[in-house]
Design a protein around this ligand. Sequence first.
Ligand SMILES: [Zn+2]
Ligand SMILES: [Zn+2]
Length: 270
Amino acid sequence: MPTCGCEVCDEAREKGVPYSRAGNSIFLHDGNILIDTPERIWDSLNRENIEQVDYIFISHFHADHVLGLRVLQPLGLQDIPVEEFVGENKPTLVMSQQTYNRVVEGNEIFQALTEPWADIEILDDGETMEIGDLEAKSIGAEIEEGGPKEVSGFLFREEDKTAFISPDENRHFDLERLPKLDLWIKETGYFTETPDGELLITERAEETSLTHEMEFEESVSQVREIKPDRVVMTEIEELFRRSYDEYKELEKRYSKLNLEFAYDGMKIEL
Ligand SMILES: [Zn+2]
Ligand SMILES: [Zn+2]
C-alpha cells in the first residue's frame, strides 16, 4: 500500500513476492482464462510468464477487479506493421449483464477499452459455457442484501474435477447451489484485529462502510458448511495487516479444513 510504513508493507517492498501482493486475480491454464483484472495485472502476467490469454472473466464491477481491463489492448494488439490496431485473435470478455451495465455501458473509458478489443459474451446467473473440455457455469449472488445479483462466481468442471472460483463478495452466495467441490477459491473476509490484538476496524466502521462485508470467521463458516477438499482464500486486503508468514501460521489453525491463503505466484493443480 503506497505511503504505508507498517511492517507488512515495508517487508513487501523489501522482499517482493510472495510478501508483496499485486491484486486479486487467478489464471486458469486450461483454457487460458484470466479471472478478474486488478490494476497491476500487466505486471502479474509478465511475472508469471503468461503468453496467451483467450478469456477474461469478470466477477463484479468493483474497481479492484476491473481497473486492469486495459490489458485487453496489449492482448489484442495487431502485429506490426499495425494497420487497424486490433488483431484477429481478440480475447473473449465474459461477464454478467449486471456487470456489463455497471462497468461498460454508458462509460466512455471502459467502452473504449473493451468493445473494440474483445468479443464480449454475457454469462448470467445459471448460464453455462464450454471452453474446450472445460465447462464454466455462472452462479450469481447479491452484494447487498435484497439488491440485484451483482457478483458472479464461476463453477468450472473438467472430467470429474470441480472448482468454484468466487474471488470476492461471497456473503450472499446460496451455498445449496454448490456441488461437491474439489477446490474453492474464495474471499478471505476481513479481520477486526491484527495478530497482536491491535484494533483494525471500529464498530462504527462495521456498521457503516463494512456493513455488506463478511468477516473472516463468517467466511470460515461457509467453508465448514461446504467442506471442499481444498480451500484457497484470496482477496487479502492491505488493511488486514498480515504478512505472508502470518497467513502461513494462521493456516495451521485451520488445517482440518484444508484451508490455505493465496499469494502471488501460487500454483494450484487439480
Ligand atoms: Zn502497510
Ligand atoms: Zn475485491
